[in-house]
Ligand binder design. Structure first.
Ligand SMILES: N[C@@H](CCC(=O)N[C@@H](CS)C(=O)NCC(=O)O)C(=O)O
Length: 205
């Protein structure tokens, strides 16, 4: 079985899937397909399979498409051969909610970035960027606070989403000092970053 993955080395959502595949011992089943997803110019090769044109999108052997990152992560977990499930049975919906929180922070990161890296300079709206940054900050506060115990109990799908958020902040928002205001998250991320799954998937342009 091969998972053909429309891939971008910069996408934090694609990274979630790759981290999951490493953690569950199926990374050798992932075949990366080059792609050029973008909110303005879409990649029609992706659109053929996922009409929104977004990555990650996986094609199974019979060309069945799977998206988005949450669905693919759950699929990868279902075919996993090493490690424990990324969705511990007794905490499945808690972990899914933590994963959704991580994805929502990522959504705000992406919307902030699209506004500031893609929109023509004279059309940028500072209130929009501020609003997205507030979401990022309150999300990080939540990870540092009420979600921290769940995040650190094991390396689950929610932990993967959180690690992907922090890696993306370092990659695309290098001037943002999230560490001094979130010391527990910082210590956790430093340790988590030693995992092969994170070391092998560091984002790049
Ligand atoms: N909810 C989706 C979000 C995926 C997403 O926004 N991916 C970005 C790349 S990081 C993308 O494809 N953007 C192109 C677009 O917005 O059309 C997921 O979890 O997979």
């Amino acid at each position: 079985m091969t998972l053909r993955l429309f891939f971008s080395p910069a996408s934090p959502y694609v990274r979630k899937v790759l981290i999951a595949a490493h953690e569950r011992g199926v990374i050798d089943k992932v075949e990366k397909l080059g792609s050029a997803a973008g909110p303005v110019n879409r990649d029609m090769n992706i659109v053929t399979h996922n009409s929104t044109g977004k990555v990650p999108c996986v094609l199974l052997d019979d060309d069945t498409p799977l998206f988005d990152s949450r669905v693919i992560t759950a699929y990868v977990d279902s075919i996993g051969i090493t490690g424990a499930s990324l969705y511990p049975e007794d905490r499945r919906f808690t972990v899914l909610t933590l994963e959704a929180l991580g994805d929502s922070i990522l959504d705000a990161c992406l919307l902030h970035r699209y506004e500031n890296a893609m929109r023509p300079e004279d059309k940028r709206w500072s209130d929009w960027s501020r609003g997205q940054m507030e979401k990022i900050d309150s999300g990080l506060d939540d990870l540092e606070g009420r979600w921290f115990e769940e995040l650190t109990r094991d390396f689950n799908a929610g932990s993967i989403a959180a690690a992907s958020v922090l890696g993306y902040l370092d990659f695309r928002f290098p001037d943002k000092d999230w560490r001094s205001s979130h010391p527990k998250l910082n210590a956790w991320f430093e340790a988590a970053s030693q995992r092969t799954s994170l070391r092998e998937t560091f984002p790049h342009a």
